[in-house]
Design a protein around this ligand. Structure first.
Ligand code: HEC
Length: 123
């Protein structure tokens, strides 16, 4: 039994402060994770329901590629991308480095393979 009736309150107060301190540290940790996690957490919910990846190749193609490859990607300034006879490696190279009138660097490196996969689905 404590003689001083205030002691239990002080204990609860200290616990509360400790909890707040702990939670703020935890929050900072989570922020770091979000920052480190190549933007995954922050981009959640802003993307349409992509199959396996957050990169929506079709949507990006509609923004960045149709200007030259035509609204259905069947060709205008740039060639028809349907029924592509080049293999994935060549397509990757062209999207990454550009070729002739095809600008380089339209797609971030880590998403190029997704775009190639998408192009190879166009028949
Ligand atoms: C400024 C116009 C322009 C834009 C924008 C553009 N392209 Fe192209 N693209 C071209 C041209 C021109 C070629 C033909 C290059 C050549 O063979 O000399 C080409 C070629 C390609 C090829 C090779 C096709 C083949 O069979 O040789 C691929 C794949 C391709 N583009 C994908 C894309 C993708 C994906 C995007 C959107 C991210 C895109 N392009 C945006 C102009 C463009």
């Amino acid at each position: 039994m404590s003689k001083n009736p205030v002691i239990p309150y002080i204990l609860i107060f200290a616990l509360g402060i400790g909890l707040i301190f702990f939670m703020s540290l935890y929050g900072i940790d989570q922020k770091k994770e979000i920052a480190d996690g190549d933007g995954e957490a922050t981009e959640e919910g802003t993307k349409e329901e992509g199959a396996s990846s957050e990169f929506d190749a079709e949507a990006v193609a509609q923004q960045k590629c149709i200007g030259c490859h035509g609204g259905d990607l069947k060709g205008s300034v740039g060639p028809n991308l349907h029924g592509e006879d080049k293999d994935a490696k060549e397509l990757h190279e062209i999207i990454k480095n550009g070729k002739g009138g095809m600008p380089a660097g339209l797609i971030p490196d880590e998403n190029i393979d997704d775009m190639v996969d998408y192009i190879l689905t166009l028949k």
